[in-house]
Design a protein around this ligand. Structure first.
Ligand SMILES: [Fe+2]
Ligand SMILES: [Fe+2]
Length: 198
């Protein structure tokens, strides 16, 4: 058994109770499995703890397949503050709802992982490396297929984590503009912050 499989098995055993309740479509499971593998590889590349990165990838889309009404209900139930943007685009809530749920059931998950999961949909201007890694993984894991994904994978393979995170943010923003879609302020803020830091 290779090291990745050992970590995967260990996590599935340790987090068994919470994973059993995770309701995902088969397609989402493929995305989650792809994210776990990608998280492992990038953790090695960037010298982060592999177990933490794989765990974040496994749990990040915990509530992603709930419909709009369900996710709003869950957000209310677990005390997620609903902003105008969230009500307009309830899908962006699944990270925040998952984190509040894990806290509610008193599941011990490292705090940098929780923060990564909380903000993985829109990015954050105060991410640690674990948050940046999850954001990048979500965009480039092996089952993702969209215009420019291969180019993004190549970019990330040859750059630092911070540069990779910046590039994913930049592409997300430029894609939203191209499609005439609303720009989430938090994503713009995250991008501005990383430009300032460089
Ligand atoms: Fe997600
Ligand atoms: Fe995802």
């Amino acid at each position: 058994m290779n090291e990745y499989d050992e970590i995967r098995n260990w996590i599935f055993k340790k987090y068994d109770k919470v994973i059993k309740k995770m309701e995902l479509t088969p397609k989402r499971w493929l995305h989650v499995e792809g994210s776990m593998k990608c998280a492992y590889e990038l953790a090695l590349k960037y010298g982060l703890e592999t177990e933490k990165c794989v765990l974040a990838a496994l749990l990040h889309d915990y509530f992603r397949d709930k419909n709009k009404e369900e996710i709003i209900e869950l957000a209310k139930k677990y005390g997620v503050k609903l902003k105008k943007f969230d009500l307009k685009y309830p899908n962006v809530l699944h990270g925040k709802v998952a984190v509040n749920y894990f806290k509610e059931i008193k599941y011990k998950i490292p705090k940098e992982i929780l923060k990564g999961i909380k903000h993985h949909t829109l990015g954050n201007d105060n991410f640690c490396e674990y948050g940046m890694l999850l954001f990048v993984v979500d965009a480039i894991e092996e089952t993702r297929s969209y215009d420019g994904v291969e180019c993004l994978r190549n970019y990330i393979a040859t750059h630092s984590l911070k540069d990779g995170y910046k590039e994913v943010l930049r592409r997300t923003l430029s894609d939203l503009i191209k499609k005439n879609k609303e720009i989430p302020l938090v994503t713009a803020k995250a991008y501005n912050k990383i430009l300032e830091d460089n």
